[in-house]
Design a protein. Sequence first.
Length: 71
Amino acid sequence: MKKSYQIEDLDCANCAAKIEAAIKKIKGVENASVSFMTQKLVIETNADIDMIMAEVKKVVKDIEPDCTIIL
């Protein structure tokens, strides 16, 4: 399953790259991409998306505290 989410207040491309790398390490995530230019997150997984997104939110807040993912 491939899901796309809007991101708010992502400050820089470097933060986007850090977030993307961290999300790819989450168990169950097959692939992820974070675009600073479009402020979008795309996740591919066959696992429970709600559990994945709970972990994604934690990762994002650790790297970029002001950033918000719109579910």
